[in-house]
Design a protein around this ligand. Structure first.
Ligand SMILES: Cc1ncc(COP(=O)(O)O)c(C=O)c1O
Length: 417
């Protein structure tokens, strides 16, 4: 087994929420990191510092304060670019979240490049944020959405991908790590198949960026959508990465503010990348906060995070599989499968909301519902599931307490129904 540092001892002290006792004896057990990450003090302080001493609009003012804010904002862009190994910070467009980044591509690239007979390939495991924008594009253009199916273990069916990719395929858009199945998709392999017919690849990296090293060059993708709030950064900020040569050709998504070069009464011309895609005042403090979150993650080391979380995920699976009546979705962790640090499960005859409410009464936060993956739940013929998701701050003790409380919650519901 790979050696790993105990990252929780090293990092929990940085998170005010984990240092605060809920009552005399108990801390909160937060196992909902896939929904949103908690924020370390370094990020909170970066936000406070910006709003206290640097707050000004960017790229607009001639005064020194605006120059300082602009410098910090553009440094945030460079940090984000380096984080994913982008060749230039011009390829980073700040958005409100990952959903907006995907919508930007669907509108700007989709409206200009996709025609009636074209096809967009999506997967059955996508989050609604990577389904609905393409359904809207299909309504606007008449193009067809096709879904790549899954294997019995909840991995992407690569044979099905090969069957469905053809000359009409314009884009393969998929997530890196599934927020429900935990499946980690083999992106390099998928990219080769897509590129062989000239299709582009958009990667939804919401569930991977805080858990493993993501390198846009080695993955050889064309677009990537990322979210600040999933990587220990503030809400209200995300980013789109796109190949410069592709972004250059795309028309603006939203209009107004500093995204222009020149405006006259009847027409306008556009600013250079990436500003062409940033209409209106951006989330300046939040982008700076996201960059601080990135440097925080880098100081722990993405490889350390991956191996620590792999060990914890194995332990979570051990504990859950020992509970009678539980079905876990997605591939089990093992030597060959690189999967996300989460477990999504259900117990026949018990609603997942009942489980999560009972756990909540013991200060344990897990997610229940469809996790914005209704098509996936429909495919499995279930309405809702419960999900425990981990981070580098999680501990075996938390997993022990969670599984003990889960067992007694299931017993309690069974006895009372
Ligand atoms: C896989 C995946 N894609 C997209 C999203 C949407 O991200 P955002 O909240 O940044 O729009 C999420 C959030 O839950 C997600 O887990």
């Amino acid at each position: 087994m790979k050696k790993f540092k105990d990252l929780s001892t090293q990092t929990r002290k940085d998170f005010p929420l984990f240092c605060k006792k809920i009552d005399q004896a108990n801390n909160l057990i937060y196992l909902d990191h896939a929904a949103t990450s908690q924020k370390p003090i370094q990020v909170i302080e970066a936000l406070q510092q910006y709003y206290s001493f640097q707050n000004a609009n960017v790229h607009r003012g001639a005064h020194q304060l605006s120059a300082k804010a602009t410098q910090a904002f553009e440094e945030a862009r460079q940090i984000t670019a380096k984080f994913i190994n982008s060749k230039s910070s011009n390829e980073i467009v700040f958005t409100r979240n990952a959903t907006e980044a995907i919508n930007l591509v669907a509108y700007s690239w989709g409206n200009s490049q996709v025609k009636e007979k074209d096809e967009i390939l999506v997967t059955l495991m996508e989050h609604h944020s990577n389904i609905v924008p393409w359904q809207l594009l299909a309504e606007r253009t008449g193009c067809t959405l096709r879904y790549i199916g899954l294997t019995e273990t909840g991995e992407l069916d690569l044979e099905d991908l090969r069957k469905k990719v053809n000359k009409k395929t314009k884009l393969v858009t998929l997530l890196h790590i599934s927020n429900t199945l935990g499946t980690c998709n083999p992106i390099e392999e998928i990219t080769k198949v897509a590129h062989s017919v000239g299709a582009l690849v958009l990667l939804d990296a919401c569930q991977s960026l805080a858990h493993k090293k993501v390198d846009v060059k080695s993955l050889n993708i064309d677009f990537l959508a990322g979210s600040s709030h999933k990587i220990c950064g503030p809400t209200g900020c995300g980013f789109l990465w796109g190949r410069e040569s592709i972004l250059e050709k795309m028309p603006p998504f939203l209009g107004g503010g500093e995204m222009i070069q020149d405006v006259s009464l009847l027409e306008s011309s556009w600013a250079d990348l990436p500003f062409k895609f940033e209409a209106g005042t951006p989330a300046i403090g939040e982008a700076i906060g996201m960059a601080r979150a990135i440097t925080y993650l880098e100081s722990i080391g993405l490889e350390n995070i991956s191996s620590y979380e792999k060990n914890l995920t194995d332990y979570l699976f051990q504990k859950l599989t020992a509970i009678e009546g539980i079905t876990i979705l997605g591939p089990p962790p093992n030597q060959n499968i690189n999967r996300g640090a989460l477990a999504t499960f259900y117990v026949k005859g018990i609603h997942s909301n009942d489980i999560s409410e009972l756990l909540d009464s013991s200060n344990i936060c897990i997610r229940s519902g469809h996790h914005c993956c209704q098509p996936l739940h429909k495919y499995y013929g279930i309405e809702s599931t419960a999900r425990a998701s981990l981070s580098f701050t999680s501990t075996k003790e938390e997993i022990d307490l969670f599984s003990e409380e889960l067992l007694s919650s299931i017993d309690f519901i069974k006895r009372n129904s």
